[in-house]
Write a protein that binds this ligand. Structure first.
Ligand SMILES: Cc1ncc(COP(=O)(O)O)c(C=O)c1O
Length: 367
């Protein structure tokens, strides 16, 4: 295989070179045999400095330092699919706006532990569109939405807002796993949100959960049920996210990523670059007779560009030749097939240009 030019993996995914370098240096044995950050107590002073800087940077980067509890958990988004309704949807059903694979999974898991209500679903379009104006006719504890559907390549530009039958705003909770910290985003406007860090903020093993403090206080006051402590958000709030041993390596990687985000010029600078990458790749697909993207242009994801070949017989050859050319991770999710390029924060514009050049050359030879 040729030298790797780019890794478009959907997650876990590429790290910026400098972050990978810094992690490697931290873990290398030192001449004085001093321990690395992942070899010391999570309650000792060395790790406390990491935890404190991580918490500050995270809350400030999201703009929720005053408004939200920010919890650092494990278990990925998949645990949140159950933990959310266990904590928040026992008095009223959990509402769902379903726009793709991960929304379907979140709903199925919630159904196991709570009452649910589907507010809207775009399944009839094959999850290639976003819902129109939203209204919730049944009383719900919150409306769950997937900000960016990683598998179907569909993304909300802004988090949806909706009212219930009495005209009250419904609290919105968003799965932001695959767009977390890729652009300025109104985190503070959400009742809740969650995201694993293995796409835009480092490595697997850490899940960031945000809960509006006032909303949580109201819900927690009215809760009549007891949960296993590990599953109870209140236990994590009180323990400052150190209820048990955290995934220290993922915390450290997230801290390095937050420093890197600042050095790039912050979320606004990342958004500019991320939008440019997506625009160029969509333009290449739209100009082509061989490649196509099935998603409604207004619903297209800026993070996960899904595409396919008009002649499906060319699919395996495309992937094999792309790998030979050093372009990795382009296979679509097993649930939908096809191709997908994930353009998370660490992907450089040059990597997207290399992919475009490869696609154009492939079409010239096979189109
Ligand atoms: C939008 C979305 N939600 C949920 C998940 C599942 O995340 P995890 O594996 O961290 O549970 C993913 C993973 O790709 C995702 O992209």
């Amino acid at each position: 295989m040729a030298e790797v030019i780019a890794n478009f993996s959907a997650g876990p995914s590429a790290l910026p070179r400098s972050v990978r370098q810094a992690m490697a240096e931290e873990l290398l044995p030192q001449a004085d045999a001093s321990p690395s950050i992942v070899e010391v107590s999570h309650r000792g002073p060395m790790f406390a400095r990491v935890a404190e800087e991580l918490a500050d940077r995270l809350a400030n980067t999201m703009g929720v330092a005053d408004s939200h509890h920010v919890l650092l958990l494990q278990g990925g988004a998949n645990l949140q699919f159950a933990q959310l309704p266990l904590n928040l949807a026992q008095a009223a059903p959990a509402g769902f706006i379903v726009t793709g694979h991960w929304g379907v999974k979140a709903l199925a898991e919630a159904e196991r532990v709570a009452q649910t209500h589907v507010i809207a679903s775009t399944e009839a379009s094959g999850f290639t569109t976003l819902p129109g104006e939203l209204k919730c006719h049944a009383p719900v504890a919150y409306a769950h939405v997937t900000g960016n559907e990683t598998v179907h390549g569909v993304q909300f530009d802004h988090p949806p807002t909706l009212n219930d039958a009495s005209g009250q705003a419904v609290p919105v909770v968003a799965d932001l796993s695959s767009e977390f910290l890729s652009r300025p985003y109104p985190y503070a406007s959400l009742a809740g949100f969650y995201a694993g860090t293995q796409k835009n903020l480092g490595v697997a093993g850490l899940t960031v959960v945000g809960l509006d403090k006032d909303w949580w206080a109201r819900v927690a006051r009215g809760r009549g049920h007891r949960l296993a402590k590990y599953l109870d958000y209140q236990a994590w709030i009180e323990a400052g996210s150190m209820f048990n041993t955290p995934s220290t390596v993922a915390w450290y990687a997230a801290l390095l990523m937050l420093r890197w985000i600042e050095a790039q010029g912050g979320l606004a600078a990342l958004e500019l670059r991320n939008r440019q990458k997506a625009q160029r790749l969509y333009a290449c697909i739209d100009d082509s007779d061989l490649f196509y993207n099935p998603v409604d242009p207004v619903a297209r994801s800026q993070m996960n560009v899904v595409f396919a070949l008009a002649d499906p017989h060319l699919h395996d050859g495309f992937l094999a030749q792309a790998e030979d050319a050093g372009l990795l991770g382009l296979k679509g999710h097993r649930a939908v097939g096809g191709l997908r390029a994930s353009l998370y924060n660490a992907i450089e514009i040059e990597a997207v240009e290399a992919l475009i050049a490869f696609m154009q050359e492939f079409e010239r030879r096979h189109g």
